[in-house]
Design a protein around this ligand. Sequence first.
Ligand SMILES: Cc1cc2nc3c(=O)[nH]c(=O)nc-3n(C[C@H](O)[C@H](O)[C@H](O)COP(=O)(O)O)c2cc1C
Length: 170
Amino acid sequence: MEFFDLIKARYSVRAYRPDPISEEKLQRILEAARLAPTAANRQAFKLIITKTKGREEELRRLYHREWFIQAPLIIGIVATPELAWKRRDGKNYADVDAAIVMDHLILAAANEGLGTCWIGAFDPAVAREIFALPENVEPVAFTPLGYPADSPQPKKRKSLSELVCYDRWA
Ligand SMILES: Cc1cc2nc3c(=O)[nH]c(=O)nc-3n(C[C@H](O)[C@H](O)[C@H](O)COP(=O)(O)O)c2cc1C
């Protein structure tokens, strides 16, 4: 898809068909995530991919919305802050890196005709338990990955004049 069409076409999908995703599509989506930039190229993240089938009860505990488990796959991104780049004042970029990787993944999925929805409101304790995460890693986001069963709504966004300023904060 042409880049700007893709940006406009992506939306948060909150209903999915259970149809399987081909391995080729999945690999292209994962490759887009792999090529994402990270601060100082530290790549301090891991993607966890899991099939929903057979794990419905656990995944419901992770994020309690029926549509979350309708898609055939769930993908999570987990950061390792101790390996991520830190600015001199101590700010850790692990979450920023993870967000960029997830955005690459989500846009690549839309380009394959697949739906996603950023999930930030998951239960981190459940994520640690069901994916056996070690102490030193941080689950950042999850998304279902599957064919959409809903349609996009018009995008509600602030105007550019509210979001952009020039030369100084205004
Ligand atoms: C960091 C982040 C966290 C989000 N967490 C959730 C979530 O937990 N549940 C949900 O339904 N949508 C979640 N969303 C989706 C947003 O609500 C959605 O992107 C926004 O309303 C704009 O709509 P659009 O994605 O359809 O353009 C999240 C989005 C982002 C970027």
